[in-house]
Design a protein around this ligand. Structure first.
Ligand code: FES
Ligand code: ZN
Ligand code: ZN
Length: 327
């Protein structure tokens, strides 16, 4: 296997590009893909202050690293979700990455500052853990970006994530969601500008980027993700991709180029300009209290009404395989 660029020994194959790369040219390929996504979708302007949502996993650490490589001014933001050892270990990875590069990492701990963790929030709201987790993260990320005066909030969503969300939205014809699915969401009425610079890189490529670059990320998936529908959509798309490489990218970018606009022009609802404010925290909200403040109320009331404390979440983690072969 030879590098497409220099003909030296290749370590990573990118089947959809029909190319193999040596370590240096693979890193350059990743930088080019991110630079291209930023330019193509006008994600970040020169001089913007950028906040990246960091989980300690491959995508968020890769995007932080790539944005720094491309010369952007980026600080990190980490939310401790209280998901047992998983959260402890993910926080350690985020802190280690920031410390090793002298970067600023802001942190919020959900149990410490809001009195509940994700297992409790999910139980109290009678919703899947990912729903309580998504509500909390969105709210805290948005507030951190707005209150910190950042121009743009970056998330580590990659091509696989975006294709899986699109697949789910198409399967159920969720046209309002399709109208809002984009790699850039502009700032509006109390929401920060949000961008996804990894949309041109697959999950396998961001993992390979971290390995080649020596970034020690948390390999384990969230232990509460069992039953998450998007994981099933990703598996289905991976099966298709295996048989015809490039399909995932065609599906997602074809949607953006040829269909997204039609959903946007026919969209009803979801217009942030029409939102009021949460009475408690001031965030944009359709109701008196925003979804996050309602979740806090439910979870903390639930906790206080228990006569016995909730059983601790027991999560077994394996070892972090930082040198896993990406091929
Ligand atoms: Fe859904 Fe962790 S709570 S992936
Ligand atoms: Zn090369
Ligand atoms: Zn609120």
């Amino acid at each position: 296997m030879k590098c497409r660029v220099c003909r030296g020994p290749a370590v990573v194959d990118v089947r959809r590009a029909n190319a193999n790369f040596c370590p240096d040219h693979f890193l350059r390929f990743c930088r080019d893909q991110v630079d291209r996504a930023i330019g193509e979708f006008a994600m970040i302007a020169p001089g913007d202050r950028v906040l990246v949502a960091v989980s300690g996993g491959k995508d968020s650490l890769a995007v932080w690293d790539l944005l720094l490589e491309l010369g952007h001014d980026v600080e990190g933001f980490y939310v401790g979700l209280g998901i047992g050892d998983y959260s402890d270990v993910s926080g350690q990875h985020a802190r280690r990455f920031a410390a090793s590069r002298g970067l600023v990492l802001h942190e919020v701990d959900l149990p410490e500052e809001y009195g509940f963790d994700i297992p409790e929030g999910s139980r109290a709201a009678r919703r899947a853990p990912c729903s309580a987790c998504g509500t909390s993260k969105r709210h805290l990320f948005d507030r951190a970006a707005i209150e910190g005066g950042f121009d743009v909030l970056v998330t580590g969503h990659n091509l696989d994530d975006e294709a899986a969300v699109l697949f789910g939205n198409v399967l159920h014809w969720q046209t309002d969601y399709l109208a809002r699915q984009a790699p850039v969401l502009p700032a509006s009425n109390g929401f920060p500008r949000k961008v996804k610079p990894l949309v041109r890189l697959s999950e396998r490529e961001t993992a390979a980027y971290c390995i080649v670059k020596g970034i020690d990320y948390l390999v384990e998936e969230c232990p509460m993700s069992a039953g998450n529908k998007h994981i099933g959509y990703k598996d289905a798309l991976n099966d298709i991709e295996l048989r015809s490489p490039g399909t995932k990218a065609d599906f997602y970018f074809g949607f953006l180029r040829r269909a997204a606009e039609q959903f946007r022009s026919g969209a009803t609802g979801g217009d942030a300009a029409g939102l009021g404010r949460c009475d408690r925290c001031g965030s944009p909200s359709e109701a008196e209290l925003c979804a996050f403040c309602r979740l806090v109320d439910r979870a903390t009331t639930d906790r206080h009404s228990r006569s016995v404390p909730p059983a601790p979440v027991e999560i077994q983690l394996g070892t972090t395989r930082s040198n896993e072969d990406p091929r």
